[in-house]
Design a protein around this ligand. Structure first.
Ligand code: SF4
Length: 76
């Protein structure tokens, strides 16, 4: 399930495709305030800070994910 984060009337959906994720650890090593190892290397999305504080890094981590498994989408 994607996690939705609200900001200025918009909603950011953050989702990890666990079917393509290779459990490389990059996302939770680089951004532990958004991603958490669920115990088997696959990340859970758990946003612990206002998303605007980490948005630029979140975009970079999504781009750097080797299997393009981090899916970001703004709605609203
Ligand atoms: S960076 Fe991508 S491939 Fe690596 S653990 Fe995170 S979602 Fe999975």
């Amino acid at each position: 399930m994607p996690q939705r984060v609200h900001n200025n009337g918009r909603s950011l959906s953050i989702k990890v495709d666990i079917d393509t994720c290779t459990a490389c650890q990059l996302c939770y090593d680089r951004l532990p305030s958004v991603f958490v190892d669920r115990g088997d290397g696959i990340p859970l999305v758990m946003v612990k800070v206002p998303v605007e504080e980490v948005y630029e890094e979140l975009l970079q981590v999504a781009e750097d994910c080797p299997s393009n498994s981090i899916i970001l989408a703004w709605t609203g």
